[in-house]
Design a protein around this ligand. Structure first.
Ligand SMILES: Nc1nc2c(c(=O)[nH]1)N[C@H]1C(S)=C(S)[C@@H](COP(=O)(O)O)O[C@H]1N2
Ligand SMILES: [Mo]
Length: 327
């Protein structure tokens, strides 16, 4: 008798399937599908999903952020803010698994004594702790559209500070042309049991041209929905680049390096034909497996629904950033 039902790929709910997942599953077919399948199938047996004793919620451990000024340039937007209970339970954070339901697993991320090392071609290399950041860079709130290359989209009230403030603080030399951002990685905690993507190019890294980092939209988020970032959104500090696809926004940043060359990045190294370095949101540039003409906006209400919308060039931020791409 079969006690444990291992879902076939076509039985995994549509919302769990992503281009990235499909790619990983193809590459590590049995290993990943079985681990994803078993963890889904075992949840009711182990009672993790509905354990009445569990007091963990998607925002456990976050702190309310007081006296944050909304930036008036980014308070109005052409769509409703996504319900927090949806945004905080629908995430990509591959260090913790290849499905959207990683928020519980992401609680293993250790935040104690967090430091961000800034090195490379800068006049003032330095290591910030969270207190340094708080003192140096005043927090503001910005409501931004968010667009994943997988075509799902949302609208999020981030709290944080513009990247250009950090840029001014460390003062890059004239040789600096690119910036590499590195996410926290510890194989003992992340890529935990059942998800050994050992041959993937960890740690997760992303990169920008220095002019992109200096653009006023480029943002470091330390909060969301009025409080500090929950772990699954990339606590304690993550990148937010609203005119680019979501994968450019590396989470849980530990290192920032100023370079004179374009760095290799996680997805671009894995599948260069599908994840280009620039990765600007562009309805006219189809992804090899996914038309980008339209997007699926996470709908209103306590459960998931999807609203189809036309994709906007630069995700609607052309007035700020089109000038960067006149080549
Ligand atoms: N370190 C790290 N950062 C990451 C990812 C990841 O897997 N690991 N996924 C990226 C992708 S593909 C997206 S769409 C966004 C999702 O952000 P959210 O889960 O906060 O909505 O995070 C990006 N940053
Ligand atoms: Mo993404």
């Amino acid at each position: 008798m079969v006690l444990i039902h291992i879902p076939k790929p076509w039985e995994i709910p549509e919302r769990e399937i992503t281009p990235e997942t499909i790619f990983l599953n193809r590459r590590h077919f049995i290993k990943n599908l079985i681990s994803a399948g078993i963890s889904t199938a075992l949840l009711p047996i182990f009672g993790c999903e509905n354990n009445p004793e569990s007091t963990i919620t998607p925002t456990t451990g976050t702190l309310k952020l007081e006296s944050v000024t909304p930036n008036p340039a980014f308070t109005k937007i052409d769509r409703a803010i996504t319900d927090e209970s949806l945004a905080s339970r629908y995430n990509n954070f591959y260090e913790f698994g290849a499905t959207k339901s990683i928020w519980r697993k992401a609680q293993a991320l250790p935040l104690e004594d967090w430091k961000i090392e800034v090195t490379g071609l800068v006049k003032n290399p330095r290591t910030y702790d969270l207190d340094d950041l708080r003192k140096k860079f005043p927090l503001e709130e910005r409501i931004y559209r968010f667009r994943c290359v997988e075509t799902w989209a949302m609208v999020v009230p981030w709290i944080g500070f513009p990247m250009k403030l950090l840029l001014e603080d460390v003062d890059p030399t004239s040789a600096a042309k690119f910036v590499r951002f590195t996410s926290y990685y510890n194989p003992k905690i992340t890529t935990g049991p059942g998800l050994h993507f050992g041959d993937l190019p960890w740690p997760y890294t992303e990169g920008l041209r220095i002019e992109e980092m200096a653009n006023e939209l480029a943002f470091f988020a330390t909060g969301i929905y009025g409080h500090t970032l929950p772990k699954q959104h990339g606590a304690p500090i993550r990148m937010v680049i609203p005119w680019k696809y979501g994968f450019k926004g590396a989470k849980s940043i530990v290192k920032i390096e100023f370079l004179d060359f374009q760095p290799a990045t996680f997805w671009n190294t894995l599948v260069p034909s599908e994840y280009d370095f620039e990765a600007n949101v562009n309805p006219n540039k189809p992804h090899p497996r996914w038309s980008q003409a339209t997007e699926r906006l996470i709908g209103k209400g306590p459960s998931f629904s999807w609203e189809t919308r036309p994709t906007l060039p630069y995700n609607g931020y052309g007035e700020y950033v089109a000038k960067l791409y006149t080549h």
